[in-house]
Write a protein that binds this ligand. Structure first.
Ligand SMILES: Nc1ncnc2c1ncn2[C@@H]1O[C@H](COP(=O)(O)OP(=O)(O)O)[C@@H](O)[C@H]1O
Ligand SMILES: O=c1ccn([C@@H]2O[C@H](COP(=O)(O)OP(=O)(O)O)[C@@H](O)[C@H]2O)c(=O)[nH]1
Length: 238
């Protein structure tokens, strides 16, 4: 049997993908399907660190946040990721995977704080670590948190599981003529201002020589194919 291509990965799960076809929130069958994919990979012995987004919850409260101070709205967004992280860890428990949630902002009664050596220890013990609250700072995104935690955990690659199946020449949701890249360099992605990930995340990964794979979370078996090093999604490389 072929072996996984990676020993340790940082998986960024889109918050917005969690809502499935619902207008906002967490869709039960969607999260169960995502967790089934993750469990399959964890059972291969691949060490999994996960950063989860918050767009699915934050989008629901966004109309009420209009005109709000940006930093305050961002803290609400970070709290949304904590809710998703708790839901994700609980769904993993249901399928026999031990997960630990660590938060970048202090809310000790709810989840333990992020402590790098502790996170590394969990990974070595074969537990899945779910990083909540992004970087803990407003004006950042969970994509940047994925780049940061990926570097801190010495992950071999950042896997961005999103709603599209890779990086396109333009936003495929807006431009029907956009074509998919098989691979693209960080410099090219930044210079072309491709919006699939923010420039801060791209720059951090480029400087740390941490490659990114962008692929679809809704496509059956895509995560496993990425883990096995098969041809799937787009590789963003140095
Ligand atoms: N050049 C591009 N290639 C692929 N996707 C793009 C591009 N430009 C914009 N996008 C959009 O970026 C979205 C993914 O980024 P984001 O909204 O941050 O998702 P996530 O919730 O996964 O973090 C895609 O759904 C896609 O519509
Ligand atoms: O380090 C971070 C990470 C996230 N956020 C806030 O949390 C929200 C939810 O994260 P994101 O949009 O990245 O989630 P996703 O796109 O994956 O659903 C963001 O919009 C920001 O408002 C933040 O302020 N700092």
């Amino acid at each position: 049997m072929s072996k996984p291509a990676y020993k340790r990965v940082l998986l960024k799960l889109s918050g917005e993908a969690l809502m499935g076809d619902d207008p906002y929130g967490i869709n039960r069958s969607t999260i169960e399907r995502m967790v089934a994919d993750v469990a399959e990979v964890a059972k291969l012995g691949v060490e999994l660190a996960i950063v989860i987004g918050g767009g699915n919850i934050f989008r629901g409260v966004a109309p009420g946040a209009q005109g709000m101070d940006r930093a305050t709205a961002d803290y609400m967004g970070m709290l949304a990721t904590v809710m998703n992280a708790l839901a994700l860890a609980d769904a993993m428990r249901h399928v026999g995977i031990t997960a630990r949630v660590m938060s970048a902002i202090g809310i000790e009664q709810v989840v333990e704080p992020y402590v790098r050596p502790k996170a590394l220890q969990y990974l070595e013990e074969g537990k899945v670590v779910v990083f909540a609250a992004g970087t803990g700072n407003p004006f950042f995104t969970t994509d940047t948190a994925a780049a940061l935690r990926g570097a801190e955990m010495s992950a071999e690659i950042v896997l961005k599981a999103t709603k599209v199946d890779g990086v396109y020449t333009a936003d495929p949701k807006k431009d029907p003529n956009a074509t998919l890249y098989h691979k693209i360099s960080f410099d090219e992605a930044i210079a072309s201002n491709l919006q699939v990930m923010d420039a801060t995340a791209f720059a951090l990964c480029r400087d740390q020589k941490l490659p990114i794979k962008v692929f679809s979370i809704t496509k059956p078996g895509a995560l496993m194919r990425v883990i096995m090093g098969e041809d799937e999604g787009t590789l963003v490389h140095v």
